[in-house]
Design a protein around this ligand. Structure first.
Ligand code: ATP
Length: 330
């Protein structure tokens, strides 16, 4: 039986995790979950929101399904998500964004994959207070990280029958840092003549995305622009409740929804488990359980088509009702 780390997190994390585990179980996939708690709830007992045992578990099992984990603000802890990505060298953040059935949005036919560099840029966390009135953040861009993320984007495009990779930067202003990211993408693109290559500035990209998103296929971005643009893309397809994600490295992969722990609705059976379920479906594909993955996706789509939806996407169902409706279709 396949052993996979299950990081339960906090806020709505435990509710949506339970929903997804039940659905995977109902689909007949046998997984030996190595359950690891993390986040605000374990700080008191273990002194950190991300105890070493969580990292060790992912290192042992190679794959994890993760629900959102809150990093307490102003208590001196590094972001759990940033730390996890760094320690496991999960350099690629992959966010496929496409319309789901019966989820009303401004545009139909959106089908964009955001590939975000996950390890450097302003997220390297190098900041200092120069004086009382001045603060400084350092943006790190390296040739090796930029090249490997560009290769990831082009390889993804080839494997998934995509036509174009569009690199997004602000290289006209950040001439050296974004300039290097762009140069690496250009260099890598030469090895993939079958994939079209396009360049765009991030401000124009945002405008184009809200005016005509269907022109985009695979987007390749440094960390900060990737963070912002992928939330914009989540908005295009119906919001955070349905936006899936994965963090992938050479040795490990962690699948997780894009959204945070949503403390405003935690414990009220209101959360939408779709984003977590879509992430889990990608995880099943990743481990070769493709048949079960497509059966679960079919049951999810049929449930949405039947009008069974959670409140965030215009329905009336609770998280448990929605989950049970999917299970009934399996
Ligand atoms: P973080 O900084 O951890 O990303 P955040 O506060 O920016 O957290 P979320 O926790 O993702 O963002 O919540 C943003 C809003 O979206 C909240 O109003 C929340 O209730 C809503 N939301 C997020 N995820 C879901 C979900 N799965 N189902 C329903 N609503 C959600």
């Amino acid at each position: 039986m396949k052993k996979i780390t299950l990081i339960k997190g906090d806020g709505i994390g435990p509710e949506i995790t339970d929903a997804v585990v039940k659905i995977i179980d109902a689909a007949g996939v046998k997984i030996d979950w190595d359950v690891q708690t993390a986040g605000a709830d374990v700080i008191e007992t273990e002194g950190s929101p991300l105890p070493d045992r969580v990292i060790e578990s992912v290192k042992r099992n190679k794959i994890a399904l993760k629900s959102p984990v809150t990093t307490p603000i102003g208590k001196g802890f590094r972001s759990v998500n940033v730390q996890l990505r760094k320690e496991l060298d999960l350099y690629a953040n992959l966010r496929p964004c496409y319309n789901l059935p019966n989820v009303k949005t401004r545009y139909d036919g959106v089908n964009i994959v955001v590939v975000r560099e996950n390890t450097e840029d302003l997220y390297a966390g190098i900041e200092r207070q120069v004086d009382e009135n001045t603060a400084e953040s350092i943006k790190i861009i390296t040739r090796s990280a930029s090249t490997r993320i560009a290769e990831f984007a082009f390889d993804y495009a080839v494997k998934n029958n995509r036509k174009e990779v569009c690199v997004v930067t602000k290289a006209n202003i950040c001439k050296l840092s974004d300039g290097l990211f762009l140069e690496c993408a250009r260099e890598v693109s030469k090895k993939y003549p079958q994939i079209k290559f396009r360049e765009i500035l991030v401000d124009n990209c945002c405008m184009q995305l809200v005016q005509n998103p269907n022109q985009f296929d695979v987007l390749l971005l440094p960390n900060l622009y990737g963070d912002i643009v992928s939330d914009l893309c989540a908005g295009l397809i119906g919001g955070l409740g349905i936006a899936q994600g994965a963090n992938i490295g050479k040795d490990y992969a962690v699948f997780e929804p894009v959204h945070g722990s949503a403390p405003d609705i935690a414990g009220q059976d209101k959360a939408n488990p779709t984003a977590m379920l879509m992430s889990a479906i990608e995880m099943l594909n990743y481990i070769g359980e493709t048949e079960a993955a497509s059966r679960i996706k079919k049951a999810l789509f049929e449930t949405l088509e039947a009008g069974v939806k959670t409140i965030d996407i215009g329905g009336k169902s609770t998280c448990s009702e929605f989950t049970n409706a999917i299970i009934a279709r399996l």
